[in-house]
Write a protein that binds this ligand. Structure first.
Ligand code: HEC
Ligand code: HEC
Ligand code: HEC
Ligand code: HEC
Ligand code: HEC
Length: 277
């Protein structure tokens, strides 16, 4: 009887402890879902609008920004939690940038690119016939950038394609080396080798390389390409050394195993032959 009362008490105590715990557990997912895109009032409302006010939602779905949690309010400002005041300037709403303001608008997050762009002939001609970020990348349907963006259709709208092609060629050879080294690093990594140093090296080379295009300065691209190729050569050498070391270690390992097997066999034979003594 006493035992039964005790266990009822225990159950009551457990319930008292468990209910708030359960409530918290149910609450936390609710909180994180609030950050999901269906909870953002901008998207809830704009997806019901027509034409140029609804289109941005469809274009933005599947963009690299959507994949990385950069929503309407990340670019346009405003309050994504309060439908009534979402587009109030008092809540930081910036509206639609004028053409000449687009570089600074995008460049808040892409600082290195902005710097290279502003120093370029394109940047200097922004607002007076030069391309801005959205001319080449689009505004809402922004996807991962690549050298494929440099093509006759995109680049001969304002001038001939010749200059553009020279830059593209210089960059393409570097791009393919980066890809080869990247594959090499991944190969070593899969064998469980510490590739931290190599990865960091490649990361910084790759970053300076990818914003380089925005200077659209052929002399600078060619000069920097030489420097970047030299950096890549160093990484490639290091990769080869690590690969050789790994192969040697494997060979030594194989010899050690073969040696151990051989001595075990020898011991066995010896015991078999002389064991009876
Ligand atoms: C309750 C509906 C509603 C919500 C919520 C809402 N919008 Fe709008 N938005 C509109 C309508 C309607 C227009 C077009 C008419 C106007 O400018 O008021 C508009 C226009 C805009 C424009 C274009 C403005 C211009 O000057 O042409 C932008 C940019 C914009 N919204 C972004 C946002 C962002 C960012 C959020 C969230 C922080 C948001 N909206 C939330 C309904 C909404
Ligand atoms: C990466 C930044 C970015 C994101 C994210 C973004 N926008 Fe925009 N949006 C822009 C830029 C830049 C312009 C001006 C484009 C131009 O002039 O070509 C613009 C223009 C607009 C316009 C005006 C369209 C017109 O033709 O007048 C609306 C409306 C708008 N955005 C709504 C949204 C909504 C809704 C979302 C979320 C689904 C969103 N935007 C997400 C950058 C962004
Ligand atoms: C004339 C066309 C053009 C303009 C203008 C332009 N870009 Fe680019 N952008 C490119 C091309 C081409 C690449 C790909 C370069 C590469 O793969 O090396 C690129 C690459 C990028 C990348 C990827 C860099 C990386 O690290 O991988 C970002 C981010 C970017 N651009 C943002 C911007 C922003 C922000 C602006 C405006 C300040 C801008 N771009 C203006 C054509 C352009
Ligand atoms: C609030 C910050 C923010 C703003 C504003 C912003 N972006 Fe981005 N952008 C990001 C993030 C985060 C990523 C994904 C990570 C990355 O690749 O850098 C990204 C990725 C990109 C990429 C692909 C980079 C790659 O690796 O190939 C391009 C191109 C790009 N943005 C262009 C733009 C343009 C054009 C605008 C203006 C219309 C803009 N961004 C405004 C944050 C921003
Ligand atoms: C909206 C118009 C426009 C577009 C689109 C455009 N450019 Fe330009 N570009 C200019 C202007 C303006 C200049 C500076 C003066 C000139 O050469 O006409 C320039 C200059 C250049 C230069 C420098 C030429 C030199 O004399 O050193 C290169 C290289 C270049 N652009 C490459 C590109 C590439 C690559 C693309 C496509 C990804 C592109 N441009 C798209 C307007 C544009």
């Amino acid at each position: 009887m006493r035992g039964l009362i005790l266990s009822i008490k225990m159950i009551r105590r457990l319930v008292i402890v468990l209910i708030p715990a359960l409530a918290v557990m149910l609450f936390i997912p609710a909180f994180s879902a609030a950050a999901g895109s269906d909870e953002i009032v901008c998207i809830q409302c704009h997806s019901k609008l027509q034409g140029k006010y609804g289109e941005p939602v469809t274009l933005w779905q599947g963009s690299i920004h959507q994949e990385n949690g950069i929503a309407c309010n990340s670019c346009h400002g405003g309050d994504p939690r309060d439908a009534a005041n979402a587009m109030s300037p008092a809540r930081g709403f910036l509206g639609v940038p004028k053409e000449k303001d687009i570089p600074a608008f995008c460049g808040r997050c892409h600082v290195g690119v902005l710097k290279d762009y502003l120093s370029s002939l394109h940047g200097k001609a922004a607002g007076t016939g030069g391309p801005t970020c959205v001319t080449c990348h689009g505004n809402h349907k922004v996807v991962k950038a690549s050298l494929d963006l440099i093509n006759e259709k995109n680049c001969s709208r304002c001038h001939d394609f010749k200059q553009a092609e020279i830059i593209k060629m210089a960059m393409a050879s570097t791009e393919s080396r980066i890809l080869i080294i990247d594959a090499g690093i991944n190969g070593l990594k899969q064998k469980g080798i510490d590739t931290d140093r190599l990865e960091k090296g490649l990361f910084s080379v790759r970053n300076s390389f990818h914003s380089l295009f925005h200077t659209v300065d052929i002399t600078r691209v060619e000069m920097e390409t030489t420097r970047i190729q030299a950096e890549l050569q160093k990484l490639d050498d290091l990769l080869k050394i690590m690969d050789d070391q790994q192969r040697q270690r494997k060979l030594i390992g194989a010899f050690a195993v073969a040696g151990a097997l051989l001595s075990a066999l020898l011991a066995y034979l010896l015991r078999k032959t002389y064991g009876r003594f």
